[in-house]
Each structure stands twice: as C-alpha cells, then as structure tokens.
Design a protein around this ligand. Structure first.
Ligand code: NAP
Length: 461
C-alpha cells in the first residue's frame, strides 16, 4: 500500500455501517429534534427520561428507558435538559463513569453563572468526559432542515478522544464541527446564542437616529413651513415624498461612513509614522462593522429605487403635470424643450442607475458565499476601488440633482438648507481627503508604513 492511500484512510470519515448507540437524556423539544436527525444518520438511539411512556412525538425507532437503563446502553450521552435540573445526575455518577456527556445547554443571560454549564456538569459527574456541543443549533432548525445559516457546531472539551467521537456524530448529521479547544471555551460558546446581532447594533442605532433627525428636518421644511406661510396642506408628503428624500440621504451618508474610518486610519498612521500602534477603540469597532453599515446603506438605496419607481403613478404628480399642460393650453403657449434641464435630468438619472448597480455589486461580493470564492486582492479591488467609484457616482448623482439650487435664497426655509446639501457633507469630506491621500508625497510613505516601515522605530538596535 502506498503512503498516500494511508493518508486518505486517516482523513476519511468512519464509513463502517455499524454505528455506536447514542443516548439522549430528556425528551423535550431539543432532545426529540436531535434524536430524529441522529436516527436518520443511522445511529441506534435510546432516550433516558423521567417517564418511560413513549408518545407520537418521539422518533418511533427510539427506545425510551429510565435514565440509568438508557445510560448503560450507550457510551455517548447527550444531556438535553436545562442546567437547573442537572442535580438528578449526581446519583447516576457511577453509571456515568467513563461515558462521554455532551452538554447542549444554553442560558438566559450572558455569563449567568460563574462557571459554564459544561464545567458545572463536569464538577457534578467527575468520572465522565464532558464535551460541549450543539448549543448554537436550534431545535426548530434541526426539525425543519433549515440549517444553512447554522451549519457550524462549536465543540470543546478536555478529552480529545471524546471530542472526536462527538465531532464524528456532528459530521454524520451533515453539520460542520469547529473545535474550539478545551472545556474553558464553553463559557464563550454558551454566550454565542445570546448575542443579539453584535455587529449590527451601531449601524442600526445610527440609521435610526439619522432617520429621525432627517424626518423632522424634512417635516419642518416641506410640510410645516408651507402650512405656516402659504396655508398649503402637504401632510401627504409623509407617505412617499419625505421617505424618498430620507432613503437616498441615508444611503449616501452611510456609504460614506463605510469609507471614513479607512481615511481616518490612514491619517493616524501617517501622523504616528507606524502601523504598530493600536487605533483608538472606537475606530477599531467602527472598522469592524463597515460591512453592516454598507448593507444598511444598500437597503436604503433599494428603498429609494422603489419609491422612485412609483412617482409617475402618484396622484399629486399626475395632478401637477396635467395642471401644467392645462395652464399652457389656457395661455395658448408651448414651453420649448429646455436642453440644459434635459441633460441635467438624464445625467443625474444615469449616475444614479450606475451608482446603484455598483452598490448592488458591492453588496453581493460581501456575501460570505461570494467573498470566499475571491482572493484577497480581488476582494479589496471590489470593496475599495469599486466602492470609491460607487461613492463618487452616488455623490455626483446628488450634486447634479441639487444643481445650483443651494445658491438660491428661496431654497433656504427658516434658514434651513435643502436636505440634500446636508447629505453631501460627509461624502465630500471622504472623497476630498481620499483624493489628497492619493498624492505621491502622502501615498508613498503610507504604503511603506503599511508594509512595516517605521519613522521612529521603537525597537531600533
Ligand atoms: P424542554 O423542551 O423544556 O425539555 C427539557 C427536558 O428536560 C424535558 O422534556 C424533560 O425530559 C427534562 N426535564 C425537565 N425537568 C427535569 C428534571 N427536573 N429532571 C430531569 N429531567 C428533567 O427544553 P429543550 O428546549 O428541549 O432544551 C433542552 C436543553 O437543550 C436546554 O439545556 C437548552 O438550553 C438546550 N438547547 C435547546 C435548544 C432549542 O432550540 N430548544 C437549542 C440549543 C440548546 P423528560 O420529560 O423526558 O424527563
């Protein structure tokens, strides 16, 4: 036999048809859902329960026995029971000696107990080999088969052999085990399911805050002002006009905020003359949630597209067009085509369409299934170079839309500038600073710093 074939043997999963019996303590939601999958994977299954009566809900090929009887039948026992009931295991300590106990439990709060549930289980049954696994998979996902998002199963434990056995079961269920090390990692693994979109908190809160600000800003300028000075009721603007103003503004500002931390980081590195000093915490955190910021921005841009598509069927718009035509007919005059306006309108639409197309492309390449298939250089090209092109196109789209209106005094209501002008502040700052950073006198030292060069080396010989 050649050397390669022995390697293949070592890497191949256990293909023997005979599978070891698995025991699950607890016939609750999770125990039953996992039980179904384990039987489907070809493992004989026995449940350990307080009541040995079977029901329709329990997989029909599984036996239901008392805890002690069930434990004697298997070397691997999955404890699908809440931590607060673990005390019932103490009298079973002798039966459980040498067995692999799989702790699947979760808590209601982060760091609820001083030690992890898995470590607590190991203290209660010192003769057993405790492995933490399956806690990030939900009973619902196991039952409905919608495991695409949660295919990964974090596994940790002090006994390598026990951990391997559990990882074999995980693989047999069509899931991917991720070895997280010793049982010390259990606390962190138990905290995973309790985290509520940690990377999304800042982008969502920021966009909610900006939405509220721009909503009241537009309400004041576009609804309250005409009501007070012209006695006109434009309150229906709240339904489409104002959202269609807020969405592009937020899309543009959030897109600029994706690129602002990179620009700030470059300035900090140039100032310090090294890349080996940590950025301030707030900048680190900001950089980590850039993908989420970009996806929220894309969501706002998509809403803007939808709101724009319905403009021609709006009653207000149809009324305005027909009243313009009637007024021309009554005055017996025909307004000639204004070529400049036609150019401006077509250019701003074209810039918007191209900007949105690249925006969608950026969103698609940030999906793990796509980003995993491109190399680092390709990913950086799309996210950085094409990202800046998107920002330029979207900023130009807004600039052309505004035209020279910011020069007209009538566009300032109660001294408040038109809202599109506010939306241009952050993107213009980012683009101007980025443009300055491209100059060789700044770009060259920055590139050297990023390759490890230091202006004042800390550890010089
Ligand atoms: P559950 O539906 O409430 O079932 C828990 C089972 O524990 C009961 O059916 C019962 O089984 C047993 N039990 C209850 N009190 C007991 C006691 N005093 N002594 C001994 N056994 C007792 O809960 P679950 O949703 O299946 O969750 C079970 C474990 O899985 C929990 O630790 C949970 O954190 C974890 N988990 C659940 C999910 C999920 O999606 N549900 C996901 C990941 C992890 P018998 O009647 O057969 O004795």
């Amino acid at each position: 036999m050649n050397k390669n074939s022995s390697n293949i043997m070592a890497l191949a999963p256990n293909t023997s048809n005979k599978r070891e019996t698995v025991c699950i303590f607890g016939t609750g939601d999770f125990g039953r859902a996992l039980g179904h999958k384990i039987i489907q994977a070809g493992y004989p299954l026995v449940f350990g329960s307080r009541s040995t009566q079977t029901s329709n809900l329990i997989p029909k090929d599984a036996e239901v026995l008392s805890h002690a009887e069930a434990a004697q039948k298997a070397a691997i026992i999955i404890i699908a029971i809440q931590r607060q009931h673990y005390n019932f295991l103490t009298p079973l300590a002798d039966t459980l000696r040498g067995k692999v106990l799989v702790d699947v439990s979760n808590n209601l709060k982060i760091n609820q107990y001083p030690e992890s549930n898995a470590e607590y289980l190991a203290q209660l049954v010192p003769g057993a080999k405790v492995v933490k696994a399956f806690n990030t998979v939900s009973a619902w996902a196991l039952q409905s088969g919608t495991l695409d998002a949660s295919r990964q199963v974090f596994v940790c434990g002090d006994d390598m052999e026990a951990k391997q056995k559990v990882m074999d079961i995980v693989r047999a269920l069509g899931l991917t085990p991720l070895d997280q090390g010793s049982l010390l990692a259990a606390q962190e693994i138990e905290n995973y399911p309790l985290q509520l979109f940690p990377m999304w908190k800042f982008p969502i809160l920021l966009s909610l805050g900006l939405t509220a600000f721009f909503f009241f800003y537009c309400l004041t300028r576009d609804v309250i002002y005409p009501y007070v000075y012209e006695n006109k009721d434009f309150s229906f603007f709240i339904a489409i006009s104002i959202p269609n103003r807020i969405c592009p503004i937020l899309a543009l500002i959030l897109l600029a905020l994706v690129y602002l931390p990179g620009v700030l980081a470059a300035i900090i590195q140039l100032y310090r003359g090294t890349k080996y000093r940590r950025f301030p915490d707030w900048l680190d955190k900001w950089m980590l949630c850039r993908k989420q910021l970009g996806l929220v921005a894309l969501a706002f841009a998509s809403l803007h597209v939808l709101y724009t598509l319905v403009i021609p069927i709006r009653s207000f718009v149809r009324w305005r067009i027909s009243s313009q035509i009637i007024s021309q007919a009554l005055n017996n005059e025909t307004e000639p085509l204004n070529n400049t306006n036609a150019w401006l309108s077509d250019s701003y639409l074209a810039l918007g369409i191209l900007g949105f197309f690249l925006f969608v492309l950026l969103g698609i390449t940030s999906l793990p299934s796509v980003s995993n298939n491109v190399n680092w250089r390709e990913f950086r090209f799309v996210q950085s170079k094409l990202g800046y092109v998107t920002l330029v196109l979207c900023t130009a789209h807004t600039l052309v839309f505004g035209g020279n209106r910011f020069l007209s005094p009538s566009s300032y209501r109660w001294y408040l500038p038109n809202v599109y002008m506010l939306s241009l502040i952050v993107p213009c700052i980012v683009l101007v600073v980025k443009f300055v950073l491209i100059f060789p006198c700044l770009d060259k030292p920055l590139t050297r710093i990023r390759q490890g060069w230091e202006r004042n080396p800390q550890y010089s010989e």
